[in-house]
Design a protein around this ligand. Structure first.
Ligand SMILES: Cc1cc2nc3c(=O)[nH]c(=O)nc-3n(C[C@H](O)[C@H](O)[C@H](O)COP(=O)(O)OP(=O)(O)OC[C@H]3O[C@@H](n4cnc5c(N)ncnc54)[C@H](O)[C@@H]3O)c2cc1C
Length: 520
C-alpha cells in the first residue's frame, strides 16, 4: 500500500465501510489519503444490512422501526435520511459488484429482531460486512486519487486558527509525521475496547472520539453503549459474537444449574429485547456461586445439519475452540458491542469544528437514538460516509494548509512500558464493573474518581499503545460522565437508581465539550 504524503486535499481516518465510501465520493474533487492504524480488515458482521427494498416493505416502515428502537431519542431527520438514502446506496453497491444473496435472480430479505418486515440483505450467509468492504476497497483502488495507507496511526488533529488543518501520525517504524489537508473525516469506528468483554476488534479504542474531544469538538450520547447478550466466553479466546439469529432459530439460554432462565425475566423468553437478555444474564452470573461463572447457549435440541448449514461461520469458529455447537453447550457472557454515541455531526457529517467531519460508528447523527436497530450500522456507514464525502467535496475552498502545529508529544515506537497493558486492563475492568450493563450513581462516581486518579499515567503517551491507553481513558471518562448526568433509564442506558424514563428532563441528547455537559 502507498505511504502517506506530507500534504493532500482530504484525509480520511479509517478504512472501514464509512471511510472507504466517503473516499470514493471525494475522489472526483481531489487527492484523498485514507489511513488505517493496522492492516486493512473488514468488519466481522454476522447479520446483514437493512434497506426497504422488498415488494412487501416501505421506507416509512423502516423509519418507524428505527425510531421505535431508539426509544424516543432518535433524531427523526437523521433516521429519515438513513432509510431514504438506503435503496440508492444498495443499488450502487450492486453495480460495483457486491454479491448479495439471491433466490434465483431476486434478492432475498431476512428478518431480524425489531424489524417489522423482511428487509435484511445478506452476502455469503453471514459475511455481509466482508463482502461490502471488499467491493468498496476494489472500487477505491480503481480511483487514482485515493491512497490507502496501512499502519499509519493518527495521534491527533492539527488545529490552526480554530480550524482543522490535517493530522499528526506515527507510522509502523515509529516515525512521526503529519499530513496537511484542507479537511479531515473521522471514520475511526467504535470503542468496544473500553470494556474487558467486547465483540469489537482491537482497533476499536475510541481514538476518533478522544482526538475530537481533545481538539474541542462536541461529543454526544456517550452513555449509550449497546451490550450484546451472547458472546463466547472462554479463557484465551476473543469474545466472538454469537448472533441473535441462534436464539431466533430456537436456542435456549441455561444457567449453571441447566435451568432455562429467560422465561422468568420476560414473556418473550430468549427472544426478549437485547438489553433485557443482557441484564437477565448478568443477574444469573451475579447470583451464581461459581468463581468465574458463565451461562450457556444450548442448540443441542436443534437439527445438527440445519445448524451447520445456517451458521457455518459460528460453527467453524466455535469448533476451533473444541466446541461442537450441535452437541456441546456454548459458554457465554454479554459483551460491549456498539457505541450509539460519538462525535456530534449534522446530516452532512459536519462536526462543531471547522473542517472536521465524522461518519460511521465514530460519529453520532442521532440516527440510532438510545439504541441501535440491528443491521442499521453498516447502512449508516454507507449513507453518512457518502453524505460527508459530498459535503467535504463541496466545501473544498481552502487549499491544503501547511500544518505547523506541534504534536502533543514526541512519539516513538519504543519498548512498551511493562505496566501499560496492566493499566489498560485496569481501565477495561473498571468500565465493565462500574459503567457496564447496570449502572447507579455511586458506582459511576467511583469510576470517574478512579479514572481521574489515573490521568497522570496516561497524560504523556509516547507510542501507539500508550496513545490508545490515553484514548480509552478519555472515552471512558466521557461515557461515565454522560451516564452519571443522565438520571433516568432509556434504551441501552440502565440505572437502578433511576429505573424509569424521565421525558420531561431527558428526552434530549447529552453533549460534552471540555468540562461542560448539557442536554439539548
Ligand atoms: C462482531 C460484530 C458484528 C457486527 N454485525 C453487524 C451487522 O450484522 N450489521 C450491521 O449493520 N452492523 C454490524 N456490526 C457493527 C458494524 O460492523 C460497525 O458499526 C461498522 O463496521 C463500523 O464501520 P466504520 O466504518 O465506522 O468503522 P470500522 O469498520 O470499525 O473501521 C475503523 C477504521 O478506523 C481505523 N482507525 C481507528 N483508529 C485509528 C487511528 N488512530 N489512526 C488511523 N486509523 C484508525 C481502523 O484501522 C479501521 O480501518 C457488527 C459489529 C461487530 C463488532
Amino acid at each position: 500500500m502507498e505511504c502517506a504524503p506530507a500534504e493532500t486535499d482530504f484525509v480520511v481516518i479509517g478504512a472501514g465501510i464509512a471511510g472507504l465510501r466517503a473516499a470514493i465520493e471525494l475522489a472526483s474533487a481531489g487527492r484523498v489519503v485514507v489511513l488505517a492504524k493496522r492492516e486493512l480488515k473488514d468488519s466481522a458482521t454476522q447479520g446483514g444490512i437493512a434497506a426497504a427494498l422488498s415488494d412487501e416493505d416501505e421506507i416509512s416502515l423502516h423509519l418507524q422501526d428505527t425510531l421505535n428502537a431508539g426509544d424516543g431519542l432518535c433524531n427523526p431527520e437523521a433516521a429519515r435520511a438513513l432509510v431514504e438514502d438506503a435503496p440508492e446506496r444498495i443499488e450502487e453497491l450492486i453495480q460495483w459488484g457486491t454479491e448479495f444473496d439471491r433466490g434465483g435472480t431476486k434478492l432475498t430479505f431476512g428478518r431480524e429482531g425489531a424489524h417489522s418486515r423482511n428487509r435484511i440483505l445478506h452476502a455469503h450467509g453471514d459475511s455481509t460486512g466482508r463482502e461490502i468492504f471488499r467491493t468498496l476497497l476494489a472500487k477505491a483502488k480503481t480511483l487514482k486519487q485515493i491512497s490507502v495507507c496501512e499502519f499509519e496511526f493518527t495521534t491527533d488533529l492539527c488545529i490552526e486558527d480554530g480550524r482543522v488543518r490535517g493530522v499528526h501520525l506515527i507510522n509502523s517504524s515509529g516515525e512521526t509525521g503529519h499530513i496537511a489537508a484542507s479537511s479531515v473525516l473521522l471514520a475511526s469506528g467504535g470503542m468496544g475496547q473500553l470494556y474487558c468483554n467486547t465483540t469489537n476488534p482491537p482497533v476499536a479504542t475510541g481514538d476518533g472520539v478522544a482526538m475530537a474531544f481533545r481538539s474541542g469538538a462536541e461529543i454526544s450520547d456517550m452513555e449509550f453503549i449497546q451490550f450484546h447478550p451472547t458472546a463466547l466466553y472462554l479463557k484465551n479466546a476473543p469474545r466472538f459474537l454469537l448472533s441473535e439469529a441462534l436464539r431466533g432459530e430456537g436456542a435456549y439460554l441455561r444457567n449453571l444449574e441447566m435451568h432455562r432462565f429467560m422465561p422468568k425475566y420476560h414473556p418473550m423468553g430468549e427472544l426478549a429485547p437485547r438489553d433485557v437478555v443482557a441484564r437477565a444474564i448478568l443477574h444469573e452470573l451475579e447470583v451464581s456461586p461459581a468463581k468465574d461463572p458463565v451461562v450457556y447457549l444450548d442448540l443441542t435440541h436443534l437439527k445438527a445439519s440445519h445448524v451447520k448449514a445456517r451458521f457455518p461461520r459460528i460453527y467453524s469458529t466455535c469448533f476451533q475452540y473444541n466446541i461442537d455447537i450441535t452437541t456441546d453447550l456454548i459458554p457465554i457472557r454479554p459483551a460491549a458491542h456498539y457505541a450509539m454515541g460519538g462525535v456530534r455531526t449534522d446530516l452532512q457529517g459536519r462536526t462543531s469544528l471547522p473542517a472536521l467531519y465524522a461518519a460511521g460508528e465514530a460519529a453520532t447523527t442521532g440516527v440510532h437514538g438510545a439504541n441501535r436497530l440491528a443491521s442499521n450500522s453498516l447502512l449508516e456507514g454507507l449513507v453518512f460516509g457518502a453524505r460527508a464525502g459530498r459535503k467535504m467535496r463541496d466545501e473544498l475552498r481552502h487549499g491544503p494548509a501547511k500544518a505547523r502545529s506541534k504534536p502533543r508529544v514526541a512519539y516513538s515506537n519504543g519498548p512498551v512500558d511493562a505496566g501499560l497493558e496492566e493499566l489498560v486492563r485496569e481501565m477495561q475492568e473498571l468500565m465493565w464493573d462500574e459503567v457496564g450493563i447496570v449502572r447507579d450513581g455511586a458506582r459511576l462516581k467511583r469510576a470517574i474518581e478512579h479514572l481521574e486518579k489515573l490521568t497522570p499515567r496516561v497524560a504523556h503517551p509516547k507510542m501507539r499503545r500508550s496513545c490508545e491507553a490515553s484514548n480509552i481513558h478519555t472515552a471512558g471518562l466521557l461515557v461515565a460522565r454522560s451516564a452519571l448526568a443522565r438520571e433516568e433509564s432509556r434504551g441501552a442506558h440502565y440505572r437502578i437508581d433511576f429505573s424509569a424514563h424521565d421525558d420531561k428532563k431527558f428526552l434530549k441528547h447529552s453533549i460534552v465539550k471540555g468540562d461542560s455537559i448539557w442536554f439539548a
